[in-house]
Ligand binder design. Structure first.
Ligand SMILES: NC(=O)c1ccc[n+]([C@@H]2O[C@H](COP(=O)([O-])OP(=O)(O)OC[C@H]3O[C@@H](n4cnc5c(N)ncnc54)[C@H](OP(=O)(O)O)[C@@H]3O)[C@@H](O)[C@H]2O)c1
Length: 319
């Protein structure tokens, strides 16, 4: 039996977790962790697989015989724009640990805006005892833009909490229990939405989609006193000058932002200090490295058995 192909691991996140996770990953295969200096001069030709996230510049010029690429994250915009990217099957990371974390973050943000967490936080710091208006989830509609693996799961969990949930996607493909809209129905979808959630991949079509014109179409007089914007997809989808202006002028009542045009978020960004913004550092749903390696192993097994791999990226669509 021929020796199993080694795997190149070229990940620019959580180096300690990667090192630890690799102790038990890919049994029977050599693993070349490019964060490890001992592999700096290793010949990378003749290797079939690479797991990557923001890889070193020379990956594709040195690993010239790759057969499959595995994205270290669910989003692939960073991969698809890599210089010299070879035209190979690209598998993105889909795993229940990531999906569950994202849904936790989305549900938490919706509830924080529903239950006026920012206002209570301000009151607490001023020692003010004052109960605020308390609408029920059922009085609000959450509009989810992006109804893929992550959006569908979050939508289902928001429904359990009692929110009305609408979904919007490119195809408008049915999702059980959710009223769906496709591209042509965007304006109607927005006009019914109190809390807008972005869980879109960054593509040519979704870049800068969240702009002043779109924010102005959201439902204005809902129970929260104005619409709320939540984005955990990609920062490249939001026009940040428009978003900041909408938050300052009351077009938007509030926002929860996990992703930004530039990350880490520069000190000069207005989002750090706007009192109606909840901000997290692109941490809504991290990739669990042990789950990532187990997932890649599974996909390699499928590939070597001649079975189709799961979650292949459609290059032309960009996700
Ligand atoms: N903040 C974080 O920590 C974090 C973590 C993981 C992922 N993410 C982001 O979340 C994104 C979504 O992940 P996923 O796994 O849910 O992706 P997915 O399964 O590929 O779903 C993408 C969804 O977006 C829709 N879509 C794509 N282009 C569109 C367009 N032009 N107009 C309307 N809808 C469009 C798709 O429509 P169809 O259903 O019609 O195809 C689909 O519903 C990732 O790409 C990544 O950027 C963020």
């Amino acid at each position: 039996m021929p020796a199993k192909s080694p795997v190149i691991v070229d990940l620019r996140f959580h180096p300690e977790q990667v090192r630890e996770g690799l102790k038990h990953a890919f049994p029977g295969r050599e693993v070349i962790n490019r964060a490890d200096p001992q592999h700096a001069d290793r010949d990378l030709s003749g290797i079939d697989y690479a797991v990557l996230w923001k890889p070193l510049d020379d990956l594709f010029t040195r690993a010239t015989d790759l057969k499959v690429l595995f994205s270290g994250g669910a989003g692939v915009d960073h991969v698809l724009t890599l210089p010299g990217l070879p035209n190979l099957p690209l598998v993105r990371f889909v795993d229940h640990t990531l999906t569950t974390r994202m849904s936790e973050w989305i549900v938490m943000q919706c509830l924080m805006h529903l239950r006026q967490h920012l206002a209570y936080d301000r009151q607490q710091h001023k020692k003010i005892w004052n109960a605020l208006n308390q609408p029920e989830a059922a009085e609000l509609t959450v509009g989810m833009m992006g109804m893929g693996v992550l959006g569908s799961d979050a939508a289902r969990k928001l429904k359990v909490m009692g929110f009305n949930v609408l979904g919007w996607s490119r195809s408008g493909r049915p999702v059980e229990g959710i009223e769906m809209y496709s591209e042509s129905g965007l304006d109607e979808f927005l006009s019914k939405t109190d809390i807008l959630v972005g869980l879109l991949p960054l593509t040519a079509d979704t870049a800068n989609i969240f702009d002043a014109k779109l924010f102005a179409k959201l439902r204005k007089h809902g129970p929260l006193g104005g619409p709320v914007f939540i984005n955990a997809g990609r920062g490249g989808s939001q026009v940040e000058a428009d978003l900041a202006e909408a938050l300052k002028t009351g077009v938007l009542k509030g926002a929860s932002l996990d992703v930004f045009q530039i990350e880490p978020l520069p000190d000069t960004s207005p989002f750090w200090t706007l009192s109606n913004v909840i901000l997290t550092p692109h941490s809504a749903a991290d990739s669990d490295v042990s789950a990532l390696f187990a997932y890649v192993e599974k996909q390699i097994d499928r590939f070597e058995r001649g079975e189709p791999m799961e979650n292949l990226v459609a290059r032309d669509a960009g996700y």
